[in-house]
Design a binder for this molecule. Sequence first.
Ligand SMILES: Nc1ncnc2c1ncn2[C@@H]1O[C@H](COP(=O)(O)OP(=O)(O)O)[C@@H](O)[C@H]1O
Ligand SMILES: [Mg+2]
Length: 228
Amino acid sequence: MTDALLRCKELSKSYQDGGDQVTVLKDIDFALQAGEMVAVVGASGSGKSTLLHLLGGLDKASSGQLFYKDQEMTHWKADKLAQWRNQNLGFVYQFHHLLPEFSALENVAMPQMIAGKSPVEAKKHAKQLLVRVGLEHRLSHRPAQLSGGERQRVAIARAFVNKPQVVLADEPTGNLDGEAAESIYQLMLELNQEMDTAFIVVTHDLQLAEQLQRVEVLKNGILHKEQG
Ligand SMILES: Nc1ncnc2c1ncn2[C@@H]1O[C@H](COP(=O)(O)OP(=O)(O)O)[C@@H](O)[C@H]1O
Ligand SMILES: [Mg+2]
C-alpha cells in the first residue's frame, strides 16, 4: 500500500530508430504525494516530456507500471484514461494549446462542459478562475490577442477548472522572458498552496526549479534526486 497520488514503477520507454532501439527512460520509479510540488529538470532531449506524457496517460510505456492512488492504470483503455484525465488531471504545455477560435472564457469553460456541466455554470466557474489568475480584463480575448504570459495564465486556469488533484506542467515558462516566467511560477506556487493541488513542473531552468520542494534530475534515462 502507498499513500502516493500518482506513482510509477520501473517505467521504461524505448523507440525503434531504424534497426536500433533507443531507450529514453529506463526503470523510472517516481511517486508524487498529494499536495506535493516537484520539479523535473534535465537537458533538452533527456525525456522530460516523455515522462510527463507517460504519467498523464497520454502515451504508453514500453514496460513498467502506473498507479493513481491504489488503482493500477497501466492497461487502461484510451476512453477510461481520457475520463480519468478530465476528472483528476490538469495539463499545462509550453505552447499553451488553447483553441484559437475561442475566447479565454470559452477555453477555460470547455473541460467543464466536457465533464457535463451546463454552459452557464461552466462559464461562471471559468470566470472565477480567470479572475483569480489576474485576467478579469481579458475574458473575451482570443489567444492571439493575449501576451505569452497571459496565454499561460489562461492555460493554468483551464488546467485547474475541474479541480484536479494533479497538474502536470511541461516547460510552462519555456517560452517567456524572465519576469513573465517568474510571475507564472509564483502563480503556480500560490495555487499549489490554496488548492492543495500536487504539481510536477518540467523545466530546464534550475533557478526556478529550486523554488520547489523537491527537484528530480533526468539524465541518461534515469531519474535522480538532486544533490543539494
Ligand atoms: N515519437 C518518438 N519517436 C522517436 N523518438 C522520440 C519520440 N518522441 C521522443 N523521442 C526521443 O526521445 C528523447 C526524449 O524526448 P523528450 O521527452 O521530448 O525530451 P525533453 O522533453 O526532455 O526535451 C529525444 O531523444 C527524442 O528524440
Ligand atoms: Mg520537452
